[in-house]
Structure formats: C-alpha cells, structure tokens
Design a protein around this ligand. Structure first.
Ligand code: NAD
Length: 321
C-alpha cells in the first residue's frame, strides 16, 4: 500500500513540524484541529516553521562545498548533501513553496479529515486522557487501511492500543524537535503491532526525510532519552557533589570522547526548566539533603535568575557575547 494521504491530529509544536515535513516531500497532508480557535493558534506555527525551513534551505546554499557544510546542513530537507548545488537547492525551495501552498490542509471535521487517510500521526498534548479521548473519537472513523502512530515522548503504545480499535495497525513514531534539522524518527511497536505495519512506518519515516531508528521492543524514553537522561544526571551529580566545575566536566567529555559538546552545553540547549522538571519526577526529589534534592535546588537557583539556557542567552554559559 502506497501512502498518499497523511493526517496529523494536534497542531502544536511537533504536530506542525511533522505535517510540514510530510507536505515538503509531496504528501497530501491534513491537520485535524478541534476548533476555530485552534486554527488561530496553529496557522501561525505553520507559517513560522515553514518559513524557518525555507530560511535554512536558503542558508544551506552558502554551505555548499565548505568543510562545515556536511555537519550543519538541514539534514531532513536535503537528502543527498554531496550532490547538492546552489541551483538544486533553489529548485527545492521553489518546490517546497509550492508544496506548502498546495499540500497542506486544515480540517475541523474529524470524519472528513480521516476519510481515505493512509497514515494518522497523533501528536496531541502529552496527557493520557487527551490521547484516549482522541483514539476513542477516531476508532469508528478510521478506514480499514489506516496506520495509526503516536508521537508521544514518554508513554508507551501498549498503554493506548486497546482504545484505538486497530491495535495491529498502531505503533509509536517519535520525532525530535526541529525535525527538519534533527531528523531522527524512533519507531517503536507494541507486542500487537503487525510487523508489516511497522516496516511501512519505517519506510514512511524515510520518505519524509527522517532517519528511521528501529526499536525491537517497548522502552520508556526510546533509545535517545534512555541514554541521554542518565548521562545528564551523572554530570549533574558531579556538579552537585562539588567534584568538578561544569566547564571542567564538559571539557573532560569533549576531549576524551571527541564529542562536540559536553553535558552542560547540552543542558543549555535542552533548557534548564526541562532538566528541572525531569529531576523533580524522581522519587527522592523532595527528600531534604538527597542528591536529587540538591540538584533540584541548584537548577532552581539558576532558573530563578533567568539563566535557563541558550534561548534565554545565558545558562551554564553566557551566549550574549
Ligand atoms: N515538544 C517536543 O519537543 C516534543 C518532541 C517529541 C515528541 N513530542 C510529543 O508530541 C506530542 C505533542 O507535543 P507538542 O510539543 O507538539 O505539544 P503542544 O502543546 O505544542 O501541542 C499539543 C496540541 O494538542 C492539541 N490538543 C490538546 N488537547 C487536545 C484535545 N483534547 N483535543 C484535540 N486537540 C488537543 C493542542 O491544541 C495542541 O495543538 C506529545 O505527545 C509530546 O510528547 C514533543
């Protein structure tokens, strides 16, 4: 079965980006939104993210033939960087403008949105009740052929499979923020996912410019966060225990592994509020004097000063210079 029509439910930060990547690669793409007021919130995101994608393509022209180009070009938007030229990128910009204008649709009527859908990507708020409500509403409207995916970051597809009415055609397809540059797509089934459906989702992810990353079983945090969260926690423990300062910890990591950034540079990109929220979810976060409690206090101190990371201009490092 070829995928022609893509539906994204939820027009937030990630839903918008997923829908735009799908339209960019020529798929007929429908955003299902729940009300007129949702359109008022989603349309500006569509405009903003499509403009950012076109801007990054335009910037990539200056990177052609430079040593840095291969590292920083927008990987989701240009399939073959070695073959890219200023002319080929100009042609892609023209095609992208045309696709954004003709392939993106917004629909408030759920039945109409789902009509003839080949794949539906649920990218609603990370709230189990909102997701269950969405699956229940879609259950009797989904065509027999439709594949259903969730972009949930923290919840497992087996939690929701029984609400979908099509557990065999359901799995997780998890993207990373700014997907046109950070083009990972973690594909994770649940025990009832049909292997043929899983393979189709892997294929679709590649068709929309992602690098599909296959998980063989369910794993909270997928591959990336299963590694990143403990790594960042270990670095924060060294800091909170006064073992070394943050710059030395970063330098150690960069020098010894050849990685371009250390854990505190990564935390500045992630944002200290997110790091704080993850830390506070640990069971001993409120236990006075525990390591988790001390990490929380140190992060809070920086957050209260407005030092929340790259977006704020200052986090562990000062980006205002
Ligand atoms: N933001 C990220 O960096 C990121 C990265 C990967 C995956 N995700 C996942 O993507 C999903 C969406 O995240 P986001 O960051 O785009 O969130 P968001 O808050 O920007 O968007 C959520 C969207 O869901 C809609 N929504 C909420 N409740 C609804 C309901 N009851 N009915 C219909 N629509 C409803 C909202 O109007 C909004 O359009 C979540 O599952 C999240 O875990 C987020």
């Amino acid at each position: 079965m070829a995928i022609n029509k893509v539906v994204v439910t939820g027009g937030g930060v990630l839903g918008t980006q997923i829908g735009l990547m799908s339209a960019y690669y020529g798929f007929d793409t429908t955003f299902w939104l729940r009300s007129e007021s949702s359109i008022g919130r989603t349309q500006p995101k569509i405009d903003r993210y499509s403009a950012l994608m076109l801007e990054d393509l335009a910037k990539a022209k200056a990177l052609v033939g430079t040593p840095m180009g291969a590292f920083v070009y927008p990987k989701g938007l240009i399939r073959d960087w070695k073959a890219a030229t200023a002319e080929s990128i100009d042609a892609q910009i023209a095609e992208a403008k045309n696709n954004f204008a003709t392939k993106v649709h917004i629909e408030l009527d759920l039945a109409k949105a789902l009509e003839d859908a080949d794949i539906v990507i649920e990218s609603m708020t990370e709230d189990p009740q909102a997701k269950i409500g969405m699956y229940t509403a879609m259950k009797d409207l989904l065509p027999e052929k439709t594949i259903l995916c969730t972009n949930s970051s923290t919840m497992l597809p087996s939690t929701f499979a029984s609400y979908t009415g099509c557990p065999d055609r359901y799995c997780a397809l998890h993207f990373a923020n700014t997907i046109w540059k950070n083009n990972t797509a973690e594909v994770m089934g649940h025990p009832g996912t049909d292997p043929a459906v899983y393979d189709k989702v892997v294929e679709f992810a590649a068709q929309i410019g992602m690098v599909p990353l296959k998980l063989y079983k369910e794993q909270p945090g997928y591959i990336l966060n299963s590694m990143l969260v403990p790594f960042l926690s270990a670095a924060q423990a060294l800091w909170a225990n006064g073992v070394a300062d943050t710059e030395t910890i970063d330098l150690t990591w960069r020098l010894a592994t050849g990685a371009p950034a250390g854990p505190f540079q990564i935390l500045d990109v992630v944002g200290l509020e997110t790091a704080y929220n993850i830390n506070q979810m640990k069971p001993d976060a409120k236990v006075e004097g525990s390591l988790t409690n001390r990490i929380g206090a140190l992060l809070k101190e920086k957050i209260d000063k407005g030092e929340t990371g790259v977006n704020a201009g200052k986090g562990f490092y000062d980006y205002r210079k």
